[in-house]
Design a binder for this molecule. Structure first.
Ligand code: PLP
Length: 505
């Protein structure tokens, strides 16, 4: 015995040394509190002074992250925060700012950030029910909350994904398997969408191995919503050729114009032709919380699958999308792997697990960042905020009608609208509008993005961040008036009095 213990001594010693050297990984309470204090000060400063920081800083990062390589020796927390601040926070688009009016902003709720902190510190494994029953039930409960909002039946299953793109990929894979689009059949399968369908779905179709399927971009009406008569005619034509309508993709709020497709008519056609009906509600979905808009989404409850992004119309920080599939068993069939036992679990009504419904195994416990703000605030402030966004969109459009020289897009369904300077020479219109968007971005206080709609460059206004308020819209109007006048001096507007042409006009 004596002998054995003494021969262990060097080992015990080495373990103790290694443990001591690893100790910085487990800060004591004093240190933890100091770190939290520093992080909270940095975050607090950003939040208190959002309007003073630029919303957009164009160009390359001022400082380069590689100047601070990962090395053997660590640095102080405050130094690390300084590096983060310099390298990350001083450039690009500030997506936390209410001045972010481009693409589809959300803002990033403070309560979600704290949910993320708690999820990371407690590190519950939210992949499998048995490992973290409460965490998995919480995520499933959030899916049920969306299910009831949409009007899907009890057979629904779904999960919280990292975003709309990954959720869409899962939806396409589920549709592919459910409709047995494989092998030679793929080339006979037809996928219907519109020209304004989000590009993540085109990506998903390719990744899912359906690149050889026939794809149809159905014509849009004057409000950029899919024309159901054109879809009917296209399906009729395809069937006459021996093709199989496999998948119809509708949008409940397109990114470009916020238009909602005629979902009821799409559901009718999908039912008539045995096609899977998928709805992309990534941007627009949570506007369903508003009674006054509910009718506009009619038919969404008849879809087979649905993608909705809490990091857009529920204002969460980036990194949360959701997929719901009406017949949950089909989602399970498409994603489970070793979990044959899950088939029984399904019958016995046990809780489903994200690991069996999604491509992920070990995953971020996303539920907390969504549950915490909903529990804390209730749904009332979310509804009020969504209503504010709709009203701000209407306000912007009313005020724009008083601003000469602009063409305004049609009345939107939701909170995205678009406009352009109307130049006298149509050939110069696109470049003039690019210049105007650049001039607004160069000011730095607001970020706007452009798109090509009906073949022409438009500037979009996407009012969705929970931090966007009337003062941001007023600032945009002021910038449009001021910068619009400058641009008009170089690119004369239609209806404006003739003046000496500028050198490059
Ligand atoms: C943003 C968006 C997507 C893609 O979702 P991500 O969360 O960005 O991956 C899909 N469809 C629409 C309509 C969107 O607005």
């Amino acid at each position: 015995m004596e002998q054995a213990v003494s021969s262990m001594d060097p080992l015990i010693l080495s373990i103790a040394e290694a443990e001591a050297a690893a100790r910085p990984l487990e800060p004591d309470r004093r240190q933890r509190e100091a770190w939290l204090g520093s992080a909270a000060r940095l975050a607090g400063e950003r939040l208190d002074r959002l309007d003073e920081h630029p919303t957009y800083v164009p160009g390359e990062p001022v400082e380069e992250i590689r100047r601070w390589p990962i090395s053997e020796q660590g640095r102080t927390f405050d130094e690390v925060l300084r590096i983060f601040s310099t390298v990350v926070l001083e450039n690009g688009i500030d997506a936390a700012s209410g001045g972010h009016l481009g693409y589809i902003p959300g803002g990033g709720l403070q309560a979600s950030a704290l949910g993320d902190y708690l999820a990371a510190v407690t590190n519950r494994y939210a992949g499998l029910h048995y490992a973290a029953p409460g965490a998995v039930q919480m995520e499933n409960m959030l899916i049920e909350w969306i299910r009831d909002l949409v009007g899907y039946p009890a057979s629904t299953a779904g999960y919280l994904a990292s975003g709309g793109s990954l959720a869409s990929l899962s939806a396409i894979v589920t549709a592919r398997d459910a409709r047995a689009s494989r092998g030679e059949r793929i080339a006979r399968s037809v996928i219907y969408g519109s020209a304004h369908m989000h590009h993540c779905l085109r990506k998903a179709i390719r990744i899912a191995g359906l690149a050889e399927a026939v794809r149809r971009d159905i014509a849009l009406d004057e409000r950029h919503s899919m024309d159901p008569a054109a879809l009917r005619e296209c399906i009729r034509h395809d069937r006459a050729q021996g093709l199989e309508p496999a998948l119809i993709i509708g949008s409940a709020g397109t990114t470009d114009t916020g238009a909602i497709d005629p979902l009821d008519a799409l559901a009718d056609l999908a039912a008539e032709h045995g096609a899977w009906f998928h709805v992309d509600a990534a941007y627009g979905g949570f506007f369903m919380l508003l009674d006054e808009l509910r009718e506009r989404f009619s038919g969404i409850e008849r879809s087979d699958s649905l993608v909705i992004d809490p990091h857009k119309s529920l204002f969460l920080p980036s990194g949360t999308g959701a997929l719901l599939v009406r017949d949950g068993r089909l989602l399970l069939d498409a994603h489970h792997y070793t979990a044959n036992y899950m088939q029984d679990a399904w019958h016995s009504g046990d809780e489903l697990s994200p690991a069996d419904l999604s491509p992920e195994l070990t995953r971020h416990y996303r539920g907390l960042r969504m549950w915490l703000p909903l529990m804390l605030h209730g749904t009332a402030p979310f509804k009020a905020c969504l209503r504010e966004k709709l009203l701000l969109t209407r306000y912007f459009r009313m005020r724009m009608r008083e601003l000469p020289g602009f063409i305004l897009g049609p009345e939107p369904d939701l909170s995205v609208t678009f406009y352009r300077l109307d130049t006298r020479d149509p050939a110069l219109a696109d470049v003039a509008n690019h210049r105007l968007a650049e001039a607004i971005r160069a000011d730095g206080r607001l970020f706007v993005s452009t798109s090509v709609i009906d073949g022409r460059v438009f500037i979009r206004l996407a009012t969705l961040s929970f931090r966007t308020h009337r003062r941001h819209i007023d600032l945009l109007l002021e910038l449009l008036r001021e910068k619009g006048r400058e641009i008009a001096a170089r690119y004369p507007l239609r209806g404006a009095p003739e003046r000496t042409p500028s050198p490059d006009a």
